[in-house]
Design a protein around this ligand. Structure first.
Ligand code: MN
Length: 177
């Protein structure tokens, strides 16, 4: 069976954010993380639940046109596959953990690896924290979004995508799976 994918897209809309997406139930469950993911276990990042995306959107890299929702450049910042880790609540599948509000996964990406926990906050609906547990892939004190700023697919930066769009030379990238 094909392994479920994860994708992180860096998206310069009205505010820069990172869209963290997990393939669950045939869709990409999605969270917008304003500051991006971290490999530092001391750093907890706010992750705001956003609308599901179709799987076909997973490797989209290009520029969303003015007037479209989220207009601005999008690059694929990381990609790979993930496995759900049996949850604290006894839930076994990613869908069950999502429901329970504690989603533990192991990521196998180029930049993000090892365990990650998404924990739903009590209070305002749709707000979660993304937390890196202490494990072999943890890098205390690091800031991966500073170390790695460009596309993992094409090496392009957000600025380069925007310039290509203005120049009319933009190559929109969609990976074949
Ligand atoms: Mn977005």
């Amino acid at each position: 069976m094909r392994k479920p994918i994860f994708i992180v897209q860096k998206h310069q809309a009205s505010h820069l954010h990172y869209d963290f997406r997990l393939e669950i139930g045939g869709l990409l469950k999605s969270w917008a993380i304003p500051k991006g993911p971290s490999l530092d276990p001391a750093v907890k990042r706010l992750a705001i639940e956003v609308e599901d995306h179709a799987l076909a959107y997973a490797d989209f890299e290009g520029v969303i046109e003015e007037g479209g929702y989220g207009a601005g450049p999008v690059l694929v910042w990381d990609r790979g596959w993930f496995e759900p880790l049996p949850g604290h609540t006894g839930a076994l599948s990613a869908a069950e953990m999502l429901q329970d509000g504690v989603l533990d996964v192991r990521l196998h990406g180029r930049r993000l690896n090892g365990g990650f926990s998404l924990v739903r906050l009590k209070g305002p609906p749709g707000q979660w924290l993304l937390i890196k547990p202490h494990d072999d892939a943890a890098r205390p004190g690091s800031d991966i979004t500073v170390e790695q700023q460009n596309s993992v697919l094409t090496g392009r930066s957000i600025e380069e995508l925007a310039e290509e769009a203005v120049a009319g030379t933009l190559a929109t990238y969609r990976c074949q799976r």
